[in-house]
Design a protein around this ligand. Sequence first.
Ligand code: NAD
Length: 253
Amino acid sequence: MIASDISSGVERLGEMIAEASIIVPFTGAGISTECGIPDFRSPGGLWTRNRPIPFDEFVASREARNESWRRRFAMETTFAAAAPGRGHRALTSLYRAGKIPALVTQNIDNLHQASGFADDHVIELHGNTTYARCIGCGQTYDLGWVRQRFEASGNAPDCATCEEPVKTATISFGQAMPEDAMSRATELARQCDLFLAIGSSLVVWPAAGFPLMAKNAGARLVIINNEPTEQDDMADLVIRHDIGDALGPFVAN
Ligand code: NAD
């Protein structure tokens, strides 16, 4: 059912939240646009400006690694300045009220942790761009460590331990999905009674399979996104409005 306007959508969502025992949010880039981080597919989004660099190209080509790091550093002011928005804060309020055991996110911006979720309760399907990791041994690095070496030598640094490339701790196209995050997200989708898909175009798979999985396991499904998605027909409630406006009323004071 598509909410006819924002206030009836908020009202119905409030009832569904009250009736639910276990709520699992599933968030995408749309929850962070009001925080100043562009999404991928909207006009002006990141993909309209840069072709993504697939994982095999990153591994094979030093120039691709350099380009990837140049892009990341160009975004640093944006990421560093971003603070949690109304959507993040509403979910944190429901988490603190004991309604949300953990959330699943496609986002890489660390804003759920910044808004008060424990690290272990944020299941990151696509990793995290606020730190770096060696693709060989998995050692983690601060972005400052990478930047200092990049600026000194003109090249993206390799791991100090095993000399394999160092990459933001994100999952690129063509890179294996993190097994632990996938299995925890599967478990959450199957055990919840309300699944909230928020700010995702639901086109990136396998992540986009989780709303369907939750619905098939018996949960109610709510989709909050300002443009249609392919899964709207399946949802119990669709709020096709701004996320901050839809979730703002659920921020606890
Ligand atoms: P997407 O860009 O494909 O979809 C975002 C959706 O949110 C769009 O349908 C857009 O219309 C909607 N939207 C944007 N702002 C909104 C608002 N204020 N209110 C309501 N709807 C709004 O993003 P996705 O589905 O998350 O998938 C793309 C991939 O992009 C993810 O894997 C993620 O890793 C990556 N990404 C992450 C960030 C981030 O961490 N903030 C930013 C860009 C891309």
